[in-house]
Ligand binder design. Structure first.
Ligand SMILES: [Zn+2]
Length: 300
């Protein structure tokens, strides 16, 4: 199937690294490389490093990409493919989409990193064949994207699922670490929030540490809100935190699912396998960018 797809480029533009890839689809990523996201006020230097790599790899492969897809850290202005307000020096207002599209000279698709991953999982992964899926990443931050009845959800800007407010669990009175909201979902559940709360990185927390049950409860409270609002057929949890550190992913997902059931109190019909890890694993973002690129070729 993937043989018939056009060769495309993908750029996962993250806050700490840009991951560039060239390929067709699942199992057919021909080249991939990562570059640090510039933090010294010179965003163009990151773009140039990526462009050099695309030039080298296209020469090595003897083929040119037909389009490029960019899944960007946010917030972004989707109408202009520009980075919006960000504390990252030099990046606010940077026209990321145009910088790549002009230099590569191919059609370009642009969305948030999490919308791209949602799209990738919807097309080829855990959301395949389903109309409405949510993709969440819980790592450095918490971010989410949604495909609703087959279409990516944008709305006025784009969803910022990490920042809604949930009732905190636990009795430690943790004040959260979101600079805007304190104990919002991200302020409670992100990797840095867990590290601040428990005094060690999440991946070092012992399997029997109470942190896991509290994190599962707080993640489930947010997921339940998403379930009530968007009615997803599947919720895909990516990022480093759902890997569960020393507890392990299966154990952590079991805690999350049990918490969801407890919160629901039998109100909604259970959906077996509602909350799952990404079927595309760590490739969800890159493959989502491929989908953005391939869809850009279909655009009128
Ligand atoms: Zn927040």
């Amino acid at each position: 199937m993937t043989q018939e797809l056009p060769l495309v480029g993908g750029i996962e533009a993250g806050g700490t690294k840009f991951v560039c890839a060239i390929g067709y689809g699942p199992g057919r990523i021909l080249a991939r490389e990562r570059f640090p996201t510039d933090a010294s006020g010179r965003p163009r230097s990151t773009v140039e490093a990526c462009l050099d790599w695309f030039a080298r790899e296209q020469a090595r492969l003897g083929q040119r990409i037909a389009a490029v897809g960019i899944g960007s850290f946010g917030p972004v202005d989707l109408t202009t493919a520009t980075i919006a307000a960000t504390p990252k020096p030099g990046w606010a207002g940077f026209p990321l989409g145009k910088a790549f599209a002009d230099a590569l000279g191919v059609p370009m698709g642009f969305d948030t990193d999490v919308n791209a991953a949602a799209l990738g999982e919807h097309r080829w992964g855990a959301g395949q064949g389903l109309g409405t899926v949510v993709y969440l990443t819980i790592g450095t931050g918490v971010g989410g994207g949604a495909v609703i009845d087959g279409r990516i959800l944008h709305g006025a800007v784009h969803p910022e699922m990490g920042h809604f407010l949930i009732p905190p669990a636990g009795t430690d009175g943790f004040a959260g670490n979101c600079p805007f909201h304190g104990p919002c979902w991200e302020g409670l559940c992100s990797g840095p929030a867990l590290a601040k709360r428990w005094g060690m990185p999440a991946d070092q927390l012992p399997a029997n540490h109470p942190a896991w049950a509290i994190a599962a409860e707080e993640i489930a409270r947010g997921l339940y809100a998403l379930r009530c609002v968007l009615s997803p057929q599947r919720i895909i949890l990516g990022g480093s935190v759902p890997k569960g550190g020393q507890l392990g992913g299966p154990g952590f997902f079991a805690l999350i699912n049990a918490a969801l059931e407890r919160i629901d109190r039998g109100y909604l019909a259970p959906i077996p396998g509602l909350v799952v890890p990404p079927a595309l694993g760590d490739d969800a973002g890159a493959l989502g960018c491929f989908v953005l690129a391939q869809d850009a070729l279909q655009a009128p």
